[in-house]
Design a protein around this ligand. Structure first.
Ligand code: THU
Length: 134
């Protein structure tokens, strides 16, 4: 699926955001390497800390359905200024590969494309636990 179509889907998913506290809607789309699409939005909690970001909602849907080969993640937060994935989401995404494309957009006409390694350089990941250390 092309990038602009995914941005449209992220804008649609953003409308489902449950954000009574921040009033800040975020939508996300995950594209798997075999072409499957999973959408997500942020979901807040009165207890605050259980809040989940749109990116982690969408990625959790993909992983829990058995799709671990991730190609691209699109995120749309603010419609005025491009929003990028938070630090927690960067680490969560990086678990599934360093070359995952990240598209941050306000619209189909205004977006930036990176890899997760661009956004989280010198990261700690699954390979670092391969050999143990005691
Ligand atoms: N949020 C996301 O959904 N993704 C991010 O990468 C940044 C923050 C959400 C969490 C919370 O519901 C709201 O935006 C304000 O922080």
């Amino acid at each position: 699926m092309d990038d602009k179509k995914m941005i449209e889907l992220a804008l649609e998913a953003r409308e489902n955001a449950y954000v009574p506290y921040s009033k800040f809607k975020v939508g996300a789309v995950v594209l798997t390497k075999d072409g499957r699409i999973f959408t997500g939005c942020n979901i807040e909690s009165a207890s605050f800390t259980p809040t989940i970001c749109a990116e982690r909602t969408a990625l959790s849907k993909a992983i829990s359905e058995g799709y671990r080969n991730i190609d691209t993640i699109v995120v749309v937060g603010s419609l005025e200024k491009i929003s990028f994935p938070c630090g927690v989401c960067r680490q969560f995404i990086r678990e599934f590969g360093k070359n995952i494309r990240i598209i941050s957009a306000t619209s189909t006409e205004n977006y930036e494309v990176y890899t997760i390694e661009d956004l989280l350089p010198k990261s700690f990941g699954p390979e670092d636990l391969e050999h143990g250390n005691i």
